[in-house]
Design a protein. Structure first.
Length: 329
């Protein structure tokens, strides 16, 4: 075997290939693919090994059965031997996807706000004429039922439009000091008597002396309320609701709303923050709650995350930057 010392110490994963055969793999390459002494043929490492020279994005298979997204460069070496340079770009791709998703949500939110604005006026007209018609109809008219339906449905549209308008709001009013523990307690006491929560066991895990956050109190209340209501709706009257707060080392104040409901199927997790995404039928859901939460948390410089295993409930985590008092020297 030739001496490939010059490749051995390279940081990049490099292999020399001849057809389907790996002539040589450097240390970085072996590590990347978790190879032992035995060197497998190329077709075991890539579903579609590159046939020509150039730059490729491929799925690469490690010997232990896992795979990763790879960037592969194939170059001539000599005779029938070519060089393969391989990089694991899974992490980079995942970050890119996250940014794309965040941008998409922001764009959708903005559009939704504009549409809501346009819809609001004609909707007011529908309700006005509906009410006029209702007044003019004799009390025994069979048409009353229809008019009531029109008014009821138009009212529902108004509620949706109003919720949507929250998206388009300018970034005003983020200067209040907010005690997150208080927000959780206040919002829970607001809905504790609701039938959804009567059979629910509530566990409080609030951290005392939690740092304050700076922001808009009523917007943060809305986030908490949305999450608690979602948890209640998911549990359908029985289960455990855990409300938790703590501070993290990286200067964030965190609150969690955890339930023991059915959880969220993995294939839906990436969609639940989209406006109008709902699995609730019969007009029970607007699909706006989490989209609004996402917008508000982002405006506060925070982050909202979800952890869920189907059958084991869902945990929503909101991270907000803690308040820093200005000090004058
Ligand atoms: N705690 C939860 N447990 C299970 N699924 C949830 C939970 N919270 C939200 N979801 C899912 O996310 C979807 C979107 O939620 P949301 O934006 O609040 O809209 P809506 O509640 O009107 O459906 C819900 O329809 C549901 O499928
Ligand atoms: Mg909801």
């Amino acid at each position: 075997m030739e001496d490939y010392k010059i490749f051995a110490g390279m940081k990049d994963a490099l292999a020399l290939v001849e057809g389907d055969r790996l002539v040589y793999a450097n240390q970085a390459f072996k590590k990347l693919f978790r190879l032992g002494e035995e060197i497998p043929p190329l077709r075991e490492l890539f579903d579609h090994p590159p046939q020509e020279y150039g730059l490729f994005e491929l799925v690469a298979n490690r010997l232990d059965g896992t795979n990763f997204e790879a960037e592969v460069i194939k170059l001539p070496y000599r005779d029938d031997v070519s060089q393969l340079l391989v990089r694991d770009v899974s992490e980079r791709r995942a970050t890119e996807k996250m940014w794309l998703q965040a941008e998409r949500l922001t764009a959708m939110g903005k559009l939704a706000g504009e549409i809501a604005h346009e819809i609001n006026n004609p909707l007011g007209g529908i309700m006005l004429y509906g009410n006029l018609l209702k007044e003019d109809l004799p009390a025994e008219s069979p048409l009353l039922e229809y008019v009531d339906k029109i008014i009821k449905l138009a009212t529902r549209c108004r509620i949706i439009a109003k919720a949507l308008l929250n998206f388009g709001r300018p970034e005003d009013g983020l200067e209040e000091w907010v005690d997150v523990n208080r927000v959780l307690q206040d919002m829970f006491s607001l809905i504790a008597d609701h039938r959804l929560f009567r059979g629910i066991d509530v566990r409080w895990e609030l951290t005392e002396g939690l740092p304050l956050v700076q922001g808009n109190r009523s917007q943060l209340e809305q986030v908490v309320l949305n999450l608690i209501i979602n948890a209640g709706e998911a549990m359908e009257g029985r289960g455990v609701l855990t409300l938790r707060t703590y501070a993290s080392e990286d200067e964030m104040v965190i609150f969690e709303v955890e339930d023991t409901g059915p959880g969220i199927p993995p294939e839906l997790v990436s969609r639940i923050f989209e406006p109008f995404f709902t699995t609730k039928t019969g007009g029970k859901g607007t699909g706006l709650g989490l989209a609004i939460c996402h917008g508000i948390v982002k405006r506060h410089g925070g982050k909202i995350e979800v952890e869920s295993k189907p059958g084991e409930g869902a945990l929503f985590r909101v991270k907000l930057p803690r308040l820093h008092y200005e000090t004058h020297e």
